[in-house]
Design a protein around this ligand. Structure first.
Ligand code: FES
Length: 140
């Protein structure tokens, strides 16, 4: 191979390598800058407000997740597994009572997921949340 061809091949290799690094940099940075590590976007703050403080998603994780505005700190949110620990009905958020209520047998849980009234004996599973800019993220 002539020196000219070697140089041309080297420059071509260099150009493609730089292009690949640029793509990796752009795609890698865009995800990291928008989502807290280990969390996924659940909803926007506006969506929660429009839903009167509670949103249920049945596709976000293995079990349905119910996200509510924290009654003690309106800038924070709580995410719980919406499956009742008694006999697996899907619970609702009662904003007037500031509690999760099961429509099947009346078990009631506090915003922290703890049992306030049976027949359920176990607390609801909770998940960490984070607010970043105008969005709410949940780690499942
Ligand atoms: S299934 Fe929820 S109280 Fe029975």
């Amino acid at each position: 191979m002539s020196p000219f061809m070697q140089r041309k091949r080297f420059l071509s290799w260099l150009a493609w390598g730089s292009f690949g690094q640029l793509i990796a940099l752009v795609t890698g940075c865009s995800k990291k800058s928008s989502e807290p590590q280990g969390f996924a976007k659940f909803a926007s703050i506006l969506e929660v407000e429009e839903a009167k403080g509670a949103i249920l998603r049945d596709y976000f994780a293995k079990d349905p997740i119910l996200l509510v505005q924290d009654p003690n700190d309106k800038t924070q949110y709580r995410a719980i597994n919406a499956t009742c620990t008694h006999q697996k009905c899907i619970i609702n958020w009662n904003g007037d009572r500031q509690a999760f209520v099961c429509p099947c047998h009346g078990s009631t849980f506090g915003a922290d997921g703890k049992v306030l009234q049976g027949p359920a004996k176990e607390a609801l599973q909770t998940f960490p949340t984070q607010v970043k800019e105008k969005d709410i993220y949940v780690k499942v």
